[in-house]
Design a protein around this ligand. Structure first.
Ligand code: GLV
Ligand code: MN
Ligand code: MN
Length: 408
């Protein structure tokens, strides 16, 4: 099976008719990890998992030295596409298969990793597996602390039937790799606009996620006069607009409210409580910090005017991740073997590479997303671009193996 066929096969897991729902530790996500592990074993790779559900497939080669890793994630957002994450994992598997088939001696092992839970589609934190691996998130403590919208904790979901893979060796002591290279679809329009087929990432935008809780007063929608209300959703609406304004005012940044929980959420009741989440990003961390300050100031002002206490809590902070200069050059030279002018571009989307970049030299390469669509069912990359991405990734891995010292 080629990369396109494998991605089409994975896309059936969690398909809803309007995109893919493959949230971490659910049956379709388990099935995707299982299929990846089976394909990797059939390809002769050695497959293991760690205690948070990351799956490692290793091509043994050369010295018993830290591997060069590649990878991405198999979970999706709600109604997501077939390429975000899955391409990096399946493309990595294919790259390793081609390197093995090419027969060139490796100086060290190469590894492709399916990182657990990159999308915050089930638990409110993203990059769960890669941040635990990089020891940026304390595990096991975090396992009991974070819960999904139904109150099930990460630890319980991991222990459940869709958690760790049956029959795959569990290992505690995964060493840091020598370097990390992630292949991903761009998820935006820049490569397509520049008519470029390969992109080399300069830096990944930093992120802050805020949880905002607005406490109003629930009551009868027919009897409470307009001047006697403390409507939590009206206050929340002002927060949503303040978030949009903050990103415009701060500039070179984006900010979104994509999740709201309204209680009691009934037509004939004045909303008594709203919780919403803010996602703010920029490659300049100071701009993201400024957006947080703006949201906090707006919250205090709206609370005072409307009589609705507003609490703002920082729930996730990921620093912007500039890519490693040497690894970037290796990836660029690999891309130049296939296209004359790969585009250098930043990533507005978050990636597991942000966590790996905190501990080892890291680089990323992109292939175009048709129409720039991503996180929606329409997400697509042309089969010939998928193929090119795999070739460039295989060339980058081989070059990194050749160039990087065996000792870090
Ligand atoms: C993940 O795809 C993110 O950028 O939030
Ligand atoms: Mn995504
Ligand atoms: Mn992704």
């Amino acid at each position: 099976m080629n990369v396109h066929a494998r991605l089409a096969d994975l896309a059936t897991l969690g398909a809803t008719g309007d995109g893919i729902d493959r949230a971490l530790f659910t049956p379709p996500e388990y099935a995707a990890r299982r299929r990846f592990a089976d394909w990797a074993e059939a390809a002769g790779l050695s497959v293991e998992q760690d205690r948070v559900g990351n799956v490692f497939a290793r091509l043994i080669g050369g010295a018993d030295a830290p591997p060069i890793q590649c990878g991405s994630h198999l979970d999706t957002v709600k109604g997501g596409g077939a390429y975000d994450g899955a391409f990096g994992v399946i493309g990595g598997l294919e790259a390793l298969e081609r390197i093995a088939a090419g027969g060139d001696a490796l100086r060290r092992p190469l590894e492709v990793v399916a990182w657990a839970g990159e999308e915050a589609s089930r638990f409110p934190l993203g990059c769960l597996g890669s941040s635990a691996f990089a020891r940026l998130t304390p595990y096991p403590q975090i396992g009991a602390l974070i819960a999904d919208d139904d109150g099930e904790s990460f630890a319980d979901a991991l222990d459940g039937p869709s958690g760790l893979l049956d029959g795959v060796r569990l290992r505690d002591d995964f060493p840091a790799p020598a370097a990390y290279i992630e292949l991903h679809i761009e998820q935006g329009p820049l490569l397509e606009r520049a008519a470029a087929r390969l992109g080399v990432v300069t830096a990944i935008a930093g992120q802050r996620r805020l949880r905002v809780e607005i406490v109003g007063r629930a009551g009868h929608a027919g009897t409470i006069p307009m001047d006697g209300r403390a409507d939590a959703l009206c206050a929340a609406s002002e927060i949503v607009l303040a978030v949009e304004r903050a990103a415009h005012d701060v500039g070179e940044s984006v900010a979104t409210v994509g999740w709201l929980d309204v209680a009691p959420n009934q037509t004939n009741i004045v909303p008594g409580r709203v919780v919403l989440r803010v996602d703010a990003r920029s490659v300049d961390d100071e701009r993201v910090a400024e957006i947080e300050r703006c949201v906090r100031a707006a919250g205090a002002q709206i609370a005072a005017v409307r009589g609705t206490p507003i609490g703002v809590q920082l729930i996730e902070l990921r620093a912007a991740a500039p890519m490693d200069a040497r690894m970037r050059a290796i990836v660029r030279r690999a891309c130049e073997r296939f296209v004359p002018e790969p585009l250098e571009l930043p990533s507005g989307a978050g990636h597991d590479a942000m966590c790996l970049a905190q501990i080892v030299p890291t680089a990323m390469l992109f292939v175009p997303s048709i129409g720039g669509h991503s996180h929606v069912a329409a997400e697509k990359t042309a089969p010939q671009d998928l193929e090119l991405g795999v070739e460039a990734r295989a060339a980058a891995l081989a070059a990194a193996d050749h160039e990087l010292p065996l000792e870090r």
